[in-house]
Design a protein around this ligand. Structure first.
Ligand SMILES: Nc1ncnc2c1ncn2[C@@H]1O[C@H](COP(=O)(O)OP(=O)(O)OP(=O)(O)O)[C@@H](O)[C@H]1O
Ligand SMILES: [Mg+2]
Length: 241
């Protein structure tokens, strides 16, 4: 069981939306140090909105976000990244004309020393040796799966304690989704806590320790990943079983 002191992230009853209209209605969740936690749910359920609220790209109408014991509810994203939260957004968003290495270095924008950036590059290339081989290649000439790896690696360049991954599987064929998920496990083993949101429910739960099911802006089920994988409701609604 997780203890309060182990918690790296605590989201308390957040309500958030667009132009004053709430789309998430009181979401609460916890992430303990060292975990992979998955938020799964269908299109439009509010997964991205939840992520954006945690990192400070938007602010909740109600509720709190606590990171490593600090209230970050009203903090902006350029400050939460300095605390150790990194967000890999939906849709990769690479700079298509820049090389892999240049894209990666942009992920370290909070550092202004060459040595620090080089150290991060080295660590990232150790995790993703293929990216080292391709470091001078322009991003737009890489496959979808390779581009997703670059986007994840860029998210690591700020040396996060908590990495938020939004819909990594988007537009990837199943074998590549599996590869990307393996990379997430490797990142977690290297000591980074991971919060991942996915429409590909089974794939995400297979690598996660715990999960939350989100439906129309509310958590409708939570448990260990195995409990959710075994749940008749989850299997019926999200796995076509
Ligand atoms: N910029 C926006 N302006 C207004 N409404 C928005 C905006 N972005 C998202 N929404 C709405 O908020 C709700 C939740 O969207 P969100 O993107 O958080 O869902 P999601 O679970 O990430 O979906 P997907 O799996 O398709 O990425 C949806 O009804 C969506 O239409
Ligand atoms: Mg989304």
């Amino acid at each position: 069981m997780t203890h309060v002191s182990d918690l790296i992230l605590k989201v308390e009853n957040i309500q958030c939306g667009y132009d004053g209209v709430p789309v998430i209605h009181g979401i609460s969740l916890d992430v303990a140090q060292g975990e992979i936690v998955a938020i799964v749910g269908a299109n439009g359920a509010g997964k991205t909105t939840t992520m954006r609220t945690i990192v400070g790209l938007m602010h909740p109408y109600r509720g709190k976000v606590i990171f490593a014991g600090k209230d970050i509810t009203l903090m902006e994203a350029h400050d939460t990244i300095k605390l150790g939260i990194s967000y890999v957004p939906e849709g990769r968003r690479l700079f298509s004309k820049l090389t892999i290495r240049e894209n990666l270095e942009l992920g370290a924008f909070i550092k202004n020393d060459r040595k620090g950036i080089d150290e991060s590059l080295e660590r990232v290339f150790e995790l993703f040796p293929k990216l080292y081989d391709r470091r001078t290649q322009v991003a737009e000439t890489m496959s979808g799966g390779e581009q997703q790896m670059v986007a994840i690696a860029r998210g690591l360049m700020s040396d996060p304690k908590l990495l938020l991954l939004d819909e990594l599987s988007l537009g990837l064929m199943p074998s590549l989704v599996e590869k990307v998920m393996e990379a997430v496990v490797a990142i977690n083993r290297s000591g980074v806590t991971v919060l991942i949101v996915e429409q590909m429910v089974q794939e995400a739960l297979e690598i996660a320790h715990r999960g939350y099911v989100i439906q129309t802006g509310q958590i409708v089920q939570q448990g260990t990943a195995q409990e959710l994988l075994d749940s008749p409701e989850v299997r019926k609604a999200y796995m076509g079983l």
